[in-house]
Design a protein around this ligand. Structure first.
Ligand code: SF4
Length: 261
């Protein structure tokens, strides 16, 4: 029975997760095969937590957008993603299909991911709002404020190494004091723990969260210069992730040293 559960979960893991995670699983199998079972159980727990958030969103009436939405658009992707993208709000296509970035901007996001050797299944994609604002208008501050708790629950569950904010709205949610997207884009910003005022959920590792703002793919779709800028900025993402990983490792080591003192 245990062997059956193990095989079923590992198969599900392989279907759901990225090449990176699959490689990690293979490495884990070679080094410590007994831990494979616990890794698959961990994935199941993460998926269950994400489904619980989705259920909360489905019954949410915290702002008036629930009255006009056709579908909720919670998020999608690899539950163990190292990179989490946060867009603005669902558009007409997303409202129809219930998935983030399923229209032309999503196709461009796929191209951007491909340009650095990633696929959608490697990352996690969410929005600041989970329901579509009518006529694709900008999200209102009170809507963003009401919906923020779901996004933060998702960030805490995914526990990404890096959060890529796409566009002005998601960037100003987490970096409101630093300036506009044009100034902030393609650079790394660190926020220590305690940035989530509305939830008591833990943040990514003990090191806090790292943000990497970029232009929104929809804004760059019909603007050749901005499109190239976004491609160039995206090319800087792998180096930013490597830097974050090194900083997280250093924070962990420093913490262990301090605990020994
Ligand atoms: S946008 Fe967010 S806060 Fe508003 S109804 Fe939808 S889930 Fe609730």
């Amino acid at each position: 029975m245990v062997l059956f559960c193990l095989l079923t979960n590992v198969n599900m893991y392989a279907k759901l997760s990225s090449r990176i995670v699959r490689f990690d699983l293979f490495t884990l199998y070679l080094r410590q095969p007994e831990l494979l079972f616990f890794a698959s159980m961990d994935l199941e727990k993460t998926k269950e937590q994400l489904i619980n958030v989705e259920k909360e969103i489905a019954s949410c009436q915290l702002c008036p957008l629930y009255k006009t939405r056709r579908n909720i658009v919670p998020a999608e992707g690899n539950p163990h993603a190292e990179i989490m993208f946060i867009g603005e709000a669902p558009g007409a296509r997303e409202d129809e299909c219930g998935r983030p970035f399923c229209g032309p901007a999503g196709k461009f996001l796929d191209q951007l991911l491909d340009s650095i050797g990633l696929q959608r299944a490697d990352v996690y994609i969410a929005n600041t709002l989970k329901c579509r604002p009518p006529a694709n208008r900008d999200p209102l501050p009170e809507e963003k404020s009401a919906c923020r708790k779901y996004l933060e629950e998702q960030i805490a569950i995914i526990n990404p190494k890096i959060v890529v904010t796409l566009g002005r709205h998601s960037t100003e949610t987490y970096l409101p004091d630093l300036g506009g997207i044009t100034k902030l884009r393609a650079k790394l910003y660190h926020r220590a723990n305690g940035i989530f005022p509305r939830t008591s959920l833990p943040t990514a590792d003990d090191a806090g969260l790292y943000f990497f703002p970029l232009y929104h793919p929809a804004a760059a779709l019909h603007n050749g210069a901005m499109r190239q800028t976004l491609l160039d900025d995206f090319a800087k993402l792998p180096a930013a992730i490597a830097k974050v990983k090194a900083e997280i490792e250093k924070t962990k080591k420093d913490k262990i040293k301090q605990e020994k003192l």
